[in-house]
Design a protein around this ligand. Sequence first.
Ligand code: SF4
Length: 366
Amino acid sequence: MCKSAYLHVPFCKDICAYCDFTRCRYHAGLAEKWLKAIEKEIKQKLKGVTLDTFYIGGGTPSALTYHQLSRLLVMLKPYTRTCEEFTMEANVDSLDIEKIQLCKENYINRISLGVQSLQPELLKMIKRNHNKEDILRCIKELHSIGIDNISIDLIYGLPNQTMQMWKDDLKDIVEHFDIQHISLYALTIEEHSEFGRLHIKNIDEDIEADMYEYAVAYLKQNGFEHYEISNFAKAGKYSKHNMAYWDYDDFIGIGMGASGKQQHQRYDNTKNMQTYFEKGASPTIIQLNKSDEMFENIMMSLRTKKGLNIHQFEKRYEISFLKQYHKELKPLLDQHLLEHSDGYIHATEQGMEILNEILLKFLPDE
Ligand code: SF4
């Protein structure tokens, strides 16, 4: 039974230069049509479901007008009232105090802000219309309304981003931002993004790796737990919704561009708006066999500090984990790249640095 659901809002006020997600520039008429289509999908997919976590992502959910956002949140109310964690992504240039109040009234208790950088020239280059003061204002307003669980996204590896800029941003954030969670993203140049079309090149791999390593050490020294390879949280402020992905639980995906996983199937909803309006989610379905699922479960769980829950794995797949993977585990445990403790297998700090190499060892034979 799914305990988590993700809903994708495809609208953004402006389009960022690196972005290749399912999104389009906000258009009032399209947003109205989209609301009608999503209402049908919500009723169909969430009927009879009791959720622990709900996540509205995008796109930029806060790009909807106050009234449109209100309609969406009211539609969701029967299903989100039980949620322990209800997150909405937002950009500071479209999240005003009225919308924050609306979020609070409709059970949203966590906001994830797309910050990306504090450097004016980098923000301009990626086409983000905010500055440090706007972000601080937004965080203050969120706290004033009582939404105290705030996460921010940051990007590293941007063209022209220097190590000093990255260090300055992290210092500023640690010293001045009253937030509980940070997600880091390494820039990938996607072919269909503006960066891709302009043939912008990635920065040097070594500099990018140094940026990541610096952030891990600095955030850890400053009260953030490195609980997942790219995620950091103050005590007790892990993303519960994302933990469901990393625990390889089933989840519902709603909206064009959303994905879900239920009962040994993964589905990817259409990314085409016209198809979505005319025919609904129209998902592409992938049937997962047992060995696909076992590998994906290992891959997702080893991303986290707590690691893979052996008992849960054995219950799911009716095999002995330690026996099944003895050949793969033994050298990794001996080399102190993985550790076995309290019913979990987790990557050590050293193991985390070469996690992709470790995961390859668990790849099922063709
Ligand atoms: S990065 Fe986020 S805000 Fe920017 S265009 Fe993409 S979805 Fe929209």
